[in-house]
Design a protein around this ligand. Structure first.
Ligand SMILES: Nc1ncnc2c1ncn2[C@@H]1O[C@H](COP(=O)(O)OP(=O)(O)O)[C@@H](O)[C@H]1O
Ligand SMILES: C[C@@](O)(CCOP(=O)(O)OP(=O)(O)O)CC(=O)O
Length: 444
């Protein structure tokens, strides 16, 4: 039997940094670029009871991880141990895969106690836009999942949130594969909430920090207005294998602890992509280090509580105004104005905190593209800002998109850079089960 679940990448259009604080919200969009997880049973000879799960990411080199697993004593959950596997090369670890596996199997073992967890083979497939492709890659020439030919750590990420999409799709695929339909249904409300809580827990554990969680929320629910959860919810989980870990995971995932209730707020109605418009991303092919930027912005917020609050309150109001225009519909000029108001304050936050949130080069590009392409409703440097891909709201017609592409080509030539329209677009839907037959040989 095979199961496939996919989850979308993300772009945080408005509310970067503010969303770390529960007093503010963010407009987050899911993307058509997804990570797909294929799970299939490994056939064993009758009488043989294997406990092995093999995970592969065939688009990359040295990307096979073999795990053994066993039930720990004292409600410690399922512990996984990475095995050497068949290859003689030194094994690399994949903390996101290892943690998502540990947490998901632990939860599954609490729902199905005394049931042997069957061995499976798991394949990870990422849509191509997660990584910058060489300048000479022919457009649309390749099939859906390119072989990147390099190790994962050598691939150049475009910043679409690969780890959150991976952890969410991986968790969803394991839940759907191992639990009977009567106990778990991914598309149902309780199914989504279980997927959200479990994925947030393992993504935070693998990252070693609690961020706002907007990327996992987007991977689960798709485009929405997001208010973060209180970080204290995840503080009492303990370590996998330690006494009571499985009980803690179950309580957190099913939200049964009355003193630590999940307080995430997801509003699917609070934001949308207006009809006739598209959300497009432009890769600028450099990327930036979010962690250092967040630290510095938070240090400024602490040093200047009054000034920062005033600016954040203003930004929140501008973000809400944009959300309203997106849901109610507005003309190009109105959108341009709304983006302009937001960008002005983002640059102010950058100057005050000393962090290049909208660096000079990106200001130049955003201004020029807005002035030079008629159907462009505006754009921003999303998320933490810096040199990641920029996001643009455009009229969704051939004329606008080809004018945009021409503009970027000319811009890249003049500036000696490699700015490229990615194929991915904003999309409303979150994690979903996929038809396994679409993946051909890969699921056999
Ligand atoms: N296609 C993939 N196959 C296997 N692991 C992946 C894949 N994409 C992402 N990962 C995991 O996620 C990590 C990248 O996470 P991170 O650096 O937080 O980037 P991002 O900002 O894209 O989430 C990788 O080191 C790997 O552990
Ligand atoms: C600053 C933030 O509010 C938004 C960061 O958004 P990005 O989209 O830049 O994130 P990464 O993919 O992790 O680099 C931090 C947060 O919300 O956790």
């Amino acid at each position: 039997m095979s199961t496939v679940v996919s989850a979308p990448g993300k772009v945080l259009l408005a509310g970067g940094y503010l969303v770390l604080d529960r007093a503010y919200t963010a407009l987050v969009f899911g993307l058509s670029a997804r990570i797909h997880i294929l799970v299939k049973d490994i056939e064993t000879s009758s009488g043989v009871e294997l406990s092995e799960i093999v995970v592969q990411s065939p688009q990359f080199r040295d990307a096979t991880w073999n795990y053994g697993y066993h039930l720990a004593e004292g409600q410690g959950g399922i512990q996984v141990i990475q095995l050497q596997g068949a290859s003689s090369t030194k094994i690399s670890r994949n903390p996101f895969v290892e943690t998502a596996l540990t947490y998901a199997l632990t939860y599954i073992s609490t729902v199905l106690p005394r049931r042997h967890i069957k061995p499976t083979s798991i394949t990870i497939l990422a849509d191509n836009d997660y990584y910058s492709q060489p300048a000479n890659t022919p457009k649309n020439a390749s099939h859906q999942f390119i072989d990147f030919g390099v190790r994962l750590q050598d691939a150049h990420k475009t910043g679409l949130g690969s780890s959150a999409a991976l952890v969410t799709a991986f968790t969803g695929a394991l839940l759907s594969h191992y639990l009977p339909k009567s106990l778990y249904s991914l598309p149902s409300e309780p199914g989504r909430s279980i997927l959200h809580n479990l994925s947030q827990a393992s993504h935070c554990a693998a990252q070693g920090k609690v961020g706002s969680g907007f990327d996992v929320a987007t991977a689960v629910y798709g485009t929405c207005l997001y208010r973060r959860f209180s970080p204290s919810i995840l503080s009492s989980l303990g370590e996998p294998g330690s006494s009571g870990f499985a009980t803690h995971v179950k309580n957190i995932v099913e939200d049964t602890d009355t003193s630590l209730k999940w307080d995430t707020e997801i509003s699917k109605r609070g934001v949308t992509i207006p009809p006739g418009m598209a959300l497009a991303m432009c890769d600028v092919d450099c990327g930036s280090e979010t962690v250092g930027m967040v630290k510095q912005v938070l240090a400024w917020k602490k040093d200047d509580p009054e000034g920062s609050k005033k600016l954040w309150d203003e930004l929140q109001a501008c973000n809400e105004a944009l959300a309203k225009k997106l849901t109610a519909g507005a003309g190009i000029e109105e959108f341009r104005e709304a983006f302009g108001e937001i960008r002005e304050r983002i640059r102010e936050m950058g100057i005050n905190s000393g962090v290049p949130i909208e660096p000079k080069e990106q200001t130049e590009l955003l201004d020029a593209v807005t002035a030079g392409v008629e159907g462009l409703a505006g754009g921003v440097v999303p998320g933490a800002g810096g040199y990641d891909a920029i996001v643009l709201l455009v009229k969704d017609d051939e004329e606008t998109l080809s004018a945009l592409e021409k503009f970027l080509e000319k811009w890249s030539k003049e500036k000696g850079s490699n700015v490229k329209l990615l194929g991915t677009r904003g999309e409303l839907e979150g994690a979903r089960e996929e038809d396994a037959s679409k993946y051909g040989e890969l699921v056999k």
